[in-house]
Design a protein. Structure first.
Length: 224
């Protein structure tokens, strides 16, 4: 599928706090820096400062700007344009220095990223990817290609949803589950598992155990 039109479920929304942390993410081999402006607007940028290529995830969020850890150059939310060079505060920032920005959407408890800045808005189907009231069970980090994960979900009786690409519906130990698959790198995938079970409940504990078994199955199949 064309990466420029695909929306990838990169990280749970709660992991990225407004005006605070920077979270590393991946989508189809692209390394990302995820953060939020002070008003909570999600940002997904290429994890590389355009000045000296230092990872943005080593930097810090300053209000509505992302500051690189190396020389402190600051880039504004939304446009990614460099707006301040601390070593030369009176100098206008070069207009051609700009972070690479990707489209983001905050829906169904997830941050979704499209590997293009331009294009249509996020489809409303993203908001329905996880039923209301469900809870994040866990995120599995899998040393396996996304194709292998899809095969494993199919063997487990999960079915892909027609509304949201990358979303699968099934059960783990009798509990209804939605699995959101992220194709991160050629041999790295993430599976965000949302369950119709309360946090701390026996049902959620059984989902956690079944998820660990699922991970073992997927990685064992991938190693052959």
């Amino acid at each position: 599928m064309n990466a420029s039109v695909t929306w990838h479920p990169v990280a749970p929304s709660a992991e990225v706090r407004a005006g605070a942390n920077i979270v590393a993410g991946f989508a189809e081999g692209q390394e990302l820096a995820l953060w939020r402006a002070a008003d909570g607007t999600p940002q997904a940028w290429e994890n590389r400062c355009p000045h000296r290529s230092v990872r943005f995830t080593l930097g810090q969020v300053i209000d509505d700007r992302l500051a690189c850890a190396y020389h402190g150059w600051q880039y504004e939310a939304g446009s990614g344009a460099c707006v301040r060079i601390p070593a030369h505060p009176a100098m206008q920032a070069p207009r051609n220095v700009c972070a690479k920005v990707y489209a983001t959407a905050d829906a169904a408890g997830m941050l979704w990223v499209r590997l293009a800045a331009d294009g249509p808005p996020a489809p409303p189907e993203l908001a329905a990817a996880v039923p209301a009231g469900w809870h994040l069970a866990r995120t599995l980090t899998l040393r396996a290609a996304a194709s292998g994960v899809r095969d494993a979900l199919d063997r487990r009786g999960f079915a892909p949803t027609t509304e949201t690409p990358g979303a699968w519906q099934g059960t783990l130990d009798g509990t209804p589950v939605v699995a959101l698959l992220l194709d991160a790198q050629p041999q790295l995938s993430f599976l965000h598992l949302w369950a119709d079970a309360a946090p701390g409940s026996d049902a959620m504990a059984r989902v956690h155990l079944a998820a660990r078994q699922l991970r073992s199955e997927i990685e064992a199949a991938s190693s052959h």
